[in-house]
Unconditional design. Sequence first.
Length: 434
Amino acid sequence: MLAAELTTTLFLGYCNFRSDFDFDSFYSPRNIPFTFLYLHHSSEANMTGTEPFEKQQQHKSVNGNVCSEAAGDDAFDHTYEEKEGPKPSKILVWRNIILMTVLHLGAVYGLFLIPSASPSTLLWSLTCFLLSALGITAGAHRLWSHRSYKASVPLRIFLAVSNSMAFQNDIFEWARDHRVHHKYSETDADPHNAKRGFFFSHIGWLLVRKHPDVIEKGGKLELSDLLGDKVVMFQRRHYNLSVLLMCFFIPTFVPWYFWDESLWVAYFVPALLRYTLVLNATWLVNSAAHMWGNRPYDQNINPRENRFVTFSAIGEGFHNYHHTFPYDYATSEYGCKLNLTTCFIDFMCFLGLAKDRKRVSREVVLSRIQRTGDGSHRNAQLVGDGHEHFEDGHEGRDLAEVAAADHLSVDLQAPLVVLARHAAADLMESTQDV
């Protein structure tokens, strides 16, 4: 069956996908059921933090607001200097090129099958999309990469399972590479350096061997928090099997078994198409959000505020803010506005499954806007008396409430036609360089 062959191609190809770091041999995958039952469920007192105590002290807060700009593994390293001389030649990884080509062809076919899918299957596909996305945004990104909040064992298990459904490398590798990305953003040590073009930062970085500086700097990071996390290490040991179950089998099996959906439709829509959409939503953060949009918090860096990416990646498009304040759990000053991931984390805190959300204080945000912003954050100005005054006469309203309307009305500068044009140009340039 074609579907079975396609799954086998994707799965076996990806088993060899991670070949640049010695960490990949740290644990050997074992073919045992994907279960976390050996981990004890903890109480509130046993809720596991994901950062050392010393680093937590750098983020002391008042009323839930972080009062200073902290530094850590996710802060840019200004001491890094790119090596002079010719750049290393690009080495194509044909296995990955074929893998991604087959995957996207399968996703295109899945688009044509949407009219044949039942409403229940479409709703299931959306559910799988959201679960997958949360496994990346609330899990690998905000919890494990930036340690911006604490999660209980049950929540961490849920996020690890959702992360396997997303199939974007295991949590350990995803978090390690993301910390490298922040520490050496848009340099040779950045895994998906946006200065190498849209195509490279979107998907091309997966189709070539990593730059030597990426490997070198990634190997020097302090990762004891990840190595000491039982959930992270369990998922890493059994990642291949968990991906086969969560990314392909369960999304296909549920609609086929429970409401008699065609196996063909069940495979290509909730599995392949959904998986491909989540991949590209994540990749847009690396590409589009580093190229198009405004920079109200720091005009000296390239990451931008991009509403299209915010919608696609359930809240990850406030990228200028995020690179300015990487430890803020909300990745935005606007809380839950257009930020489903922040809503999810807040709800988990309401249920008692998460706590200790790190937040940048209003004073720090305003100060940074005045010092380094590009002027696009027009609704608030600091004046000599130290009070906020709003250009539109909204004195007394909350800064986030007033700023959101204006900030989000900025021209997106990233319509799909522009993305497509730049992607094609970068693809041609990358081909000529090889």
